[in-house]
Design a protein around this ligand. Structure first.
Ligand code: HEC
Ligand code: HEC
Ligand code: HEC
Ligand code: HEC
Ligand code: HEC
Ligand code: HEC
Length: 451
C-alpha cells in the first residue's frame, strides 16, 4: 500500500502540532516564573513544597484548608495577616498553633500573587517520590539533594524538549526523503536531491509550523536565558570584614550625621565615595571614646591618621590609609550612577541600601526581603544588585518629578514638554498606567547599563 505525498505531509503536520503543543506547555511552565520568584523571595526561607521546615509544607495547602472546613478566602487573609485570619476563622486558629514561631505577614500580596505562589508549589514535583522507593524514607539528606536538582529543572526541561523537537524534525525529514524517493523512482529524475534541498522543500510547504516552531524555540531560549541572567552572581547579605568596625548607627543614626557629610560625591557623581580619615578626625580629634572597647576601636582611626594621644598629642606624620573592603560590587561591564538615581530619579538611599541609620555592625548588602519591609520602598522580588533587580525597578518606578508631580525638576519638565508637544499619542501611551516609568525612557536598554 502506498501513501501519497500529501498524506505524508498531513501526518507530519500532526507531529508538528504535537511538538508545538509540547513547546507551548514548556512556555506555560515558565509563565509561572512569577510564582516561583515570589515563593523563593518571600516564603522559601520558612516553607518548602514537600517538607516541613520552620513552616509546614505547602503542597496542595488550598485543598487541605478547603477539606478541613476553612472559610472561603481565609487562606489569602492568612498570608496577608495571619493574626486577622486566626481571629476570624477557627480553622486558621488551629493552624496558628502549628509551631511556636509565628509566620510573617505579607499585606502587599494580592490574591492572584498568592495563587501564583501556591500554583508553583503545587506544580513542584515531590523530589522524594522520584527515586523509586528508598527516596521517600531516606529523610533529610535525600530530600535536600532532590531540592537542588529541582532548582535546575526549568532549564534542563527546555533542552530536553528542544532535543525531542529536533528528533521529530529529523525523523520527519527522513520520512519525506524516503517518500520522495519512492515517488520519484516512478518518474526517472534525479536521485540526488540533497538533504538540504529536501529540507527546504519540506520547510517551505510547512512554513507556518516551521515559523511558529522556531519562534517558540527562540522565545523559550530567551525567557530561560533572561531568567537565568537575573540570578547571576547573587551577593545578598554579603558583609566583608572591615579594618575598623565602623558603626553607621552611632554616626548616621544616634548622632544624626547626614550621609552626604561622609559620602560627599553621592549627589554629584557616579560613585558615592568613602570618607578620608581626615573627615573622621574632624570629630575624633575630640572624641576618643568613653569605654575601653570604644577607645580601642577609635585608636585605629588615630593610627591611620598619624595622630598621637601621647604627651602633648598631635600629628606624627606617620599615616596609614584605611583599606575599607568594598561591600556593594557590580561587575566592570555595568554602569551605575548614584547622582542619576538619587538626584534625578529621586530614589532614597534606603531603597537600595536599607536603613543605614539602624546598621549597628559594618555595612552589608541588604537582602531584598528586608528592603521590601521599609516604608516607602518599591517592592521588588529579584535579589539585590542582580540585573533582575535593576530592571524590575525600572519597570515599576515612575520618574517622580516633572509635570506629573508637584515636585519640579528641569530635566523631566523638558522631557515631558517635548513629549507633549511632539508626539501626543506616545505621551498618552506612557500615561495609560498613570505613570512614566524608567523603562519608558529607555531604562531597559542594554546599552544604558552595559559598557
Ligand atoms: C518566617 C517564616 C515564614 C515565612 C517567611 C512564611 N511562612 Fe507561612 N507559615 C509559617 C509558620 C511557622 C506556619 C505555621 C503556622 C504557625 O505556627 O503560626 C505557616 C503556615 C502557613 C500556611 C498554612 C499551612 C498549613 O499547613 O495549613 C500557609 C498557607 C502559609 N504559611 C503560606 C505562606 C506563604 C504563601 C508565604 C510567602 C508569601 C509564607 N507562608 C511565608 C512561617 C512562615
Ligand atoms: C561618619 C561618616 C559616615 C556617615 C555619616 C555615613 N557613612 Fe556610610 N560609610 C562610611 C564608611 C567609613 C564606610 C566604609 C565602612 C563600611 O563599609 O562599613 C561606609 C560604607 C557605606 C556603605 C557600603 C559601601 C560599600 O562598600 O559598598 C553604604 C551603602 C553606606 N555607607 C551608606 C550610607 C548611608 C545611606 C548613610 C546615611 C544614612 C551613610 N552611609 C552615612 C561612613 C559614613
Ligand atoms: C538605585 C539604588 C541605589 C541608591 C538609591 C543608592 N545607592 Fe549606593 N550603591 C548602589 C549600587 C548598585 C552600588 C555599587 C556601585 C558599584 O559597584 O559601582 C552602590 C555603592 C555605594 C557605596 C560604595 C561606594 C561607591 O560609590 O561605590 C556607597 C558609600 C553608597 N552606595 C552610598 C549611598 C548613599 C549615601 C545613597 C543615598 C544618598 C545611596 N548610596 C543611594 C545603589 C544605590
Ligand atoms: C560628626 C562627628 C563624627 C565623625 C565625622 C566621625 N565620628 Fe566616629 N564617632 C562620633 C561619635 C559622637 C561617636 C560616639 C562616641 C561615644 O559614644 O562616646 C563615634 C564613635 C566612633 C567609634 C566607636 C564606635 C563604637 O563601637 O562604640 C568608631 C570606631 C568611630 N567613631 C569611627 C569613625 C570613623 C572611622 C570615622 C570616619 C570615617 C568617624 N568615626 C567619623 C562622631 C564622629
Ligand atoms: C529602586 C529603583 C531602582 C533600582 C533598584 C535601580 N534603578 Fe536605575 N533608575 C531608577 C530611576 C528612578 C531612574 C530615573 C533617572 C533617570 O532616568 O535618569 C533610573 C535610571 C537609570 C539609568 C539611566 C536610564 C536612562 O534612561 O537614562 C541607568 C543606566 C540605571 N538606572 C542603571 C541602574 C542599574 C545598573 C541598576 C542596578 C545595579 C539600577 N539602575 C537599579 C531607579 C532604579
Ligand atoms: C538596568 C540596568 C541593566 C540593563 C537595562 C541590562 N542589564 Fe545586564 N546586567 C546588569 C547588572 C547590574 C548585571 C550584573 C549582575 C550581577 O553581577 O549579578 C548584569 C549582567 C549581565 C550579564 C551577565 C554578565 C556576567 O556578569 O556574567 C549579561 C550577559 C547581561 N547583563 C546582558 C544584558 C542584555 C543582553 C541586556 C539587554 C536586554 C541587559 N543586560 C540589560 C544591569 C543591566
Amino acid at each position: 500500500m502506498k501513501i501519497s505525498l500529501n498524506q505524508m505531509f498531513k501526518s507530519i503536520n500532526k507531529w508538528c502540532i504535537g511538538a508545538v503543543a509540547v513547546l507551548l506547555f514548556s512556555g506555560s511552565y515558565n509563565a509561572n516564573a512569577q510564582g516561583e520568584a515570589l515563593f523563593k523571595a518571600k516564603c522559601g526561607t520558612c516553607h518548602q513544597p514537600h517538607k516541613n521546615g520552620t513552616g509546614p509544607k505547602l503542597f496542595q495547602v488550598r485543598k487541605k484548608w478547603a477539606d478541613g472546613g476553612a472559610k472561603d478566602g481565609s487562606i489569602y487573609l492568612w498570608v496577608n495577616n495571619w493574626q486577622a485570619a486566626a481571629a476570624s476563622d477557627p480553622y486558621a486558629q488551629t493552624v496558628s498553633t502549628w509551631a511556636p514561631t509565628a509566620m510573617q505577614a505579607f499585606p502587599e500580596l494580592k490574591k492572584e500573587e498568592i495563587d501564583a505562589i501556591l500554583d508553583y508549589v503545587d506544580a513542584t514535583p515531590d523530589p522524594a517520590a522520584a527515586p523509586a522507593d528508598g527516596g521517600a524514607a531516606s529523610g533529610d539528606g535525600m530530600a535536600a539533594t532532590g531540592e537542588e536538582m529541582e532548582e535546575e529543572g526549568t532549564f534542563n526541561w527546555i533542552w530536553v524538549l528542544l532535543g525531542v523537537i529536533f528528533a521529530v524534525i529529523i525523523g520527519a525529514v527522513s520520512g519525506v526523503r524516503r517518500q520522495l524517493k519512492s515517488a520519484l523512482n516512478e518518474g526517472e529524475d534525479s536521485e540526488d536531491l540533497s538533504y538540504a534541498q529536501e529540507f527546504k522543500t519540506w520547510a517551505w510547504k510547512n512554513k507556518v509550523y516551521v515559523g511558529v516552531g522556531s519562534l517558540i524555540i527562540v522565545i523559550c531560549l530567551l525567557v530561560s536565558g533572561i531568567l537565568g541572567l537575573g540570578n547571576i552572581g547573587v551577593v545578598e547579605d554579603y558583609q566583608p570584614s572591615q579594618p575598623i568596625e565602623f558603626p553607621h548607627e552611632i554616626h548616621a543614626g544616634i548622632n544624626g550625621i547626614d550621609c552626604k557629610y561622609c559620602h560627599n560625591s553621592v549627589t554629584k557623581s557616579k560613585s558615592a565615595g568613602l570618607p578620608t580619615v581626615n573627615v573622621c578626625m574632624n570629630c575624633h580629634k575630640q572624641i576618643n571614646g568613653r569605654t575601653p572597647e570604644q577607645q580601642e576601636k577609635i585608636a585605629k582611626v588615630y593610627e591611620a591618621a598619624g595622630w598621637s594621644t601621647e604627651g602633648a598629642g598631635g600629628y606624627t606624620g606617620k599615616t596609614k590609609p584605611i583599606k575599607w573592603n568594598k561591600v556593594h560590587v557590580l561587575p566592570d561591564h555595568v554602569y551605575f550612577n548614584h547622582s542619576q538615581h538619587v538626584v534625578v530619579g529621586g530614589v532614597d538611599c534606603k531603597q537600595c541600601h536599607g536603613d543605614m541609620t539602624k546598621q549597628k555592625e559594618t555595612a552589608r548588602v541588604v537582602p531584598v526581603e528586608e528592603l521590601n519591609k521599609i516604608e516607602g520602598n518599591v517592592v521588588l522580588t529579584r535579589p539585590t544588585l542582580t540585573m533582575g533587580w535593576c530592571i524590575e525597578c525600572h519597570g515599576e518606578k515612575s520618574i517622580a518629578d516633572g509635570p506629573l508631580d508637584t515636585k519640579k525638576d528641569g530635566y523631566y519638565d523638558e522631557i515631558h514638554r517635548r513629549l507633549l508637544n511632539n508626539d501626543k499619542t506616545l505621551y498618552k501611551k506612557y500615561l495609560d498606567d498613570g505613570k512614566v516609568t524608567v523603562k519608558e525612557l529607555g531604562g531597559w536598554e542594554c546599552a544604558k547599563c552595559h559598557y
